[in-house]
Design a protein around this ligand. Structure first.
Ligand code: SF4
Length: 181
């Protein structure tokens, strides 16, 4: 894939930081999965989260199918970082940017897997576990749900994740490989 073509178009998006990464650099950690299981209210509530996404090892193997990764962030200002609802409301814009970046890579002939921040929120009520996902082609599995230590990956890439007062940093990781279709 021609990274320069992608980079030339990135400037058109409200992206703060980005990095092309190697798949083997992604830090998969059982500890991250443990936090999902023990602390996250979304555990077992969505097709985008564990246990629906499979074990950490299965997630790692799924990621290894791809040739490279593109990690990127957007930022949003919120009046109060303690206000979880207000903070999550800013995520919608990040998801829209993520979808546009996905389309950009697909347009460049790539097959992609997109992981994004937090649990999928497309439907008001997720069908999990009673019926299949309503939008499997639009749903972004959770980065953390895959067992990925996002802060570790960001540090490795020199991407800042603590950007100061009242600023939320949202992450997505797009994995790509040349499409065989
Ligand atoms: S698209 Fe709907 S059914 Fe699928 S994971 Fe998201 S919320 Fe659940």
């Amino acid at each position: 894939m021609n990274k320069k073509v992608i980079e030339a178009q990135i400037a058109e998006f409200p992206i703060c930081d980005y990095a092309f990464i190697q798949i083997q650099e992604i830090p998969f950690k059982e500890e991250v999965r443990h936090i999902c299981r023990s602390e996250c209210p979304r555990y077992g509530k969505s097709w985008s989260c564990p246990p629906a996404v499979g074990t950490v090892e299965e997630c790692r193997e799924r990621c290894q199918y791809y040739e490279g990764g593109f990690l990127f962030t957007t930022m949003a200002e919120v009046p109060d970082l303690e206000d979880m609802e207000g903070m999550l409301a800013t995520r919608k814009d990040h998801e829209e940017v993520t979808r546009e970046i996905e389309e950009l890579f697909i347009h460049e002939g790539q097959e992609v897997l997109v992981l994004s921040t937090e649990s999928c929120a497309i439907c008001e009520h997720c069908t999990y576990p009673d019926a299949p996902c309503r939008f499997p082609d639009r749903m972004f599995p959770s980065l953390e749900g895959y067992g990925i230590l996002v802060t570790g990956l960001a540090e490795l890439c020199g991407i800042t994740f603590l950007n100061g007062n009242n600023l939320v940093t949202w992450f997505s990781l797009l994995l790509y490989r040349e499409s065989r279709v």
